[in-house]
Design a protein around this ligand. Sequence first.
Ligand code: IPM
Ligand code: MN
Length: 368
Amino acid sequence: MSLEYTKKKREFNLLVLPGDGVGQEVVNEAIKIIDVINEITDIKIKYEFDYIGGACLDKFNESIRTETIKKALKVNAVLLGAVGSPKWDKQQPEKALLTLRKKMNVFANIRPIKDYFNNNVDILFVRELTGGIYFGPKKLIQTKKEYIAKDVLVYKEHEIKRVLKVAFELANNRNKNLVSVDKANVLISSKLWRELANKISQEYPQVKLRHMLVDSFAYNLIKNPKDFDVVVSENLFGDILTDEAAVLVKSLGMLPSASIGYKSNNGLYRGLYEPVHGSAPDIANQNIANPIATILSVSLMFKYSFNLPYISILIEKAVMENLKQGVLTKDLSNNNYYHTTSEVGENIKNIFKSLLKQELQVLKSQKL
Ligand code: IPM
Ligand code: MN
């Protein structure tokens, strides 16, 4: 750990896109963690804010600007709050997020589903993020009789293989148990998916691969969550199943995500980090949203994009300690009393700061 600390790259660029609704509020809290690191370590994370979604439509009349995408392709990581605003529904601000994911080529969306309250659930969900029905041809056709709407589900072999490889690698580093979710009894893309999973599985003889149909998986996820270690699925199934999985950990406000693609030349993953939840316009600007999903997304950023796993672990520890202290937002509280977004963020920041100080003290005493 000490060697890791002394020898690794310690300067990073971060693009911050708070976006819409609660996005701004939760990102504010997550940035406090980055500020602490800049303040008390020699790791330097330069960050810059920009616009996306409805916030960007308000200011520039488009949901994401070309220059923002260009920036996203240069930095080490992008931190995103949420995208989606009822005011701009017709313009579909969500498209900006899909464009960003596609341009960054972050095809593997890693969503850890961890129950920090009683350790009952620890699943790593890998969702394919840049293909499938989200990105296939779409058409609204008006005939004499009626409208016909088309969303086409397309997967190319290489798109399936690369995300499956990520899932096998992750499973290999955990409990070696991988479930691949599909609908192979109906969809041809799922048949190909299953075939390719079986093929790749030969390269990972230690990993136990099981196939499950999406409907049956949706049922078993709630019934026997302990049966699952790493789960992989195509884009739309992954979107739906991870919101469902949030029930297992009490709140959607607890789920972070990391979206990664191929490794960059510097050996690190350029990543897009965002909470699994959306912009939640119904609770926006009330200082009641749970900032933990976004703070944990920053933890994932240190793991996957900055390759500083010990910082990642300290952030997670700070979140766990905060929960132990019962400093909870409305979504987690069992009674009428709850803490605000900024109180939770502030408490996690303070815990993190003292954990990090302790850690630096230890390193110093080892004269490194
Ligand atoms: C998510 C969100 C997005 C998605 C929306 C906002 C387009 O629901 O990240 O899960 O469907 O991917
Ligand atoms: Mn979703």
